[in-house]
Design a binder for this molecule. Structure first.
Ligand code: GUN
Ligand code: ZN
Length: 435
């Protein structure tokens, strides 16, 4: 017999369009007393709670009261191997990679260590309401197996790939153009489309790959264009100078990828702070997406992402923690940082825009719009349930709220894993119990 339908009750908020492209009220729907009907791991229906209860009297009911039900958060760029070195002090990008990141990534030569960190990382995500992540692994193929196995055990849709580097990285952390191609291809054939796994072809960034390696991965992507490709682009000014000296013939940073088959639809370019107009236009023409990593951009001192220019150029944008360059595992904290960076850039992002970026925006960047990140029939039953009064500081602010947006904004700005009442993955409650 089929498992019973489940009705999850609470406030519902969903988007019928992009709140950057239309007035917020035209593209948001709020159900004060709503329900989500889950069947076979998917959302079967949404609507007013009483109507759905009447229509589905057999369904098991889980009532979250006043809590807000949203699609699970989608983190569009992270490094799970950096879990254990998050919040490392005092360095900018290149020194930070050499001092903290590469030594930690070296430890993933041990598959048991990779498995430990992969499980720890995904549990931290679930505690924070994130149901899908797009993550870099390390150069070790077993680090990819570890993350996909941990994701499979939790039912999560995870996007990940072997990080490829064949220069400017220490001994033990370099592959070659050929082995990067061969290992990536083998992992892609093993994992892409297995259960909820998506394989992402993953050159770390132009400085740690030879032109030959970028070409080999560009060829692999050409053979598997339905896979995403993730990398870094124009994060920090010192990095831009380095790229210019390593690729003297390139028109700009994006061109180092474009010339080698690494610019097309499905491309995910993390950071994208110091872009020229040509790069923005070209990314849009090719149907690629950029990923805003606000806590990382302040933590590593990289700069201010220009959301207004990026959306004005018509580019697809995702939102991401970039753990452990980013200083948090939480997409709530990440939305707060995006708000703060928006303020410094002259645009106050609306709470609807922040929530949209963390769900629909990231899902769209991953070409998974409609499958995840949406409270609508057919989408995966990946949900986060938020208590909008989770701490005394938030509760006293929430008590004064007159509108939904006033009710939710204090949680965006001040909320953490205590605000996450439950996280559902494919319809199953998965928030880890904290000892
Ligand atoms: N650029 C290349 N590698 C990395 C990384 O691991 N983190 C960040 N933030 N930027 C990078
Ligand atoms: Zn990154």
């Amino acid at each position: 017999p089929r498992p019973a339908d489940r009705l999850i009750l609470g406030q519902l908020l969903h988007f019928t369009g992009d709140p950057f492209a239309a007035p917020v009220d035209e593209v948001t729907r709020h159900e004060r007393r709503g329900a989500v009907l889950l069947r076979d791991g998917r959302i079967h229906a949404t609507g007013p709670a009483e109507a759905l209860r009447t229509a589905h009297p057999q369904a098991e009911v889980i009532d979250h009261g006043d809590a807000l039900i949203l699609p699970g958060f989608v983190d569009a760029h992270a490094h799970y191997p950096q879990t254990a070195m998050i919040a490392s002090w005092g360095k900018r990008l290149i020194d930070w990679l050499n001092t903290y990141t590469f030594p930690e990534e070296m430890r993933f030569a041990d598959p048991a260590y990779a498995a430990t960190i992969a499980g720890r990382y995904l549990d931290l995500l679930l505690a924070n309401g994130t149901t899908t992540v797009t993550s870099f692994c390390t150069i070790h193929p077993a680090s990819v197996d570890a993350l996909f196995e941990a994701a499979e055990a939790r039912g999560m849709a995870v996007v990940a790939g072997k990080t490829c580097m064949d220069r400017n990285a220490p001994d033990g952390l370099r592959d070659t153009a050929q082995s990067a191609y061969d290992d990536s291809r083998a992992l892609l054939l093993k994992w892409h489309g297995r259960g909820r796994a998506t394989y992402a072809i993953t050159p770390r960034f132009s400085p740690t790959s030879t032109p030959e390696q970028l070409e080999a991965l560009g060829a692999l992507w050409g053979e598997h264009p339905d896979c995403p490709m993730q990398t870094h682009l124009s994060e920090q000014t010192e990095e831009l100078s380095w790229v210019a000296s390593l690729y003297p013939e390139a028109r700009d940073y994006l061109d180092t990828y474009e010339q080698r088959g690494l610019l097309r639809e499905g491309g995910l370019y993390g950071h994208a702070i110091w872009l020229t107009d040509r790069e923005r236009d070209r990314l849009r023409e090719m149907g690629a997406a950029v990923v805003h990593c606000p806590t990382s951009n302040t933590f590593i001192g990289s700069g201010l992402f220009d959301m207004a220019a990026t959306k004005a150029a018509g580019l697809s944008v995702g939102l991401a923690t970039d753990t452990g360059g980013g200083s948090s595992f939480s997409m709530l904290r990440t939305m707060a940082a995006a708000y703060e960076i928006g303020q410094l850039s002259g645009t106050a992002l609306h709470p609807a825009q922040l929530l949209w970026l963390a769900t629909e925006g990231s899902a769209g960047a991953l070409r998974m719009g409609g499958a995840i990140g949406r409270l609508a029939p057919g989408a995966a039953a990946d949900l986060v349930v938020l208590d909008l009064a989770s701490t005394p500081a938030i509760a006293q602010r929430h008590a004064e709220a007159d509108t939904l947006w006033e009710a939710v904004f204090p949680t965006i700005m001040m909320g953490d894993d205590r605000a996450v009442t439950e996280t559902y993955v494919a319809g199953i409650a998965r928030k880890p119990q904290v000892a």
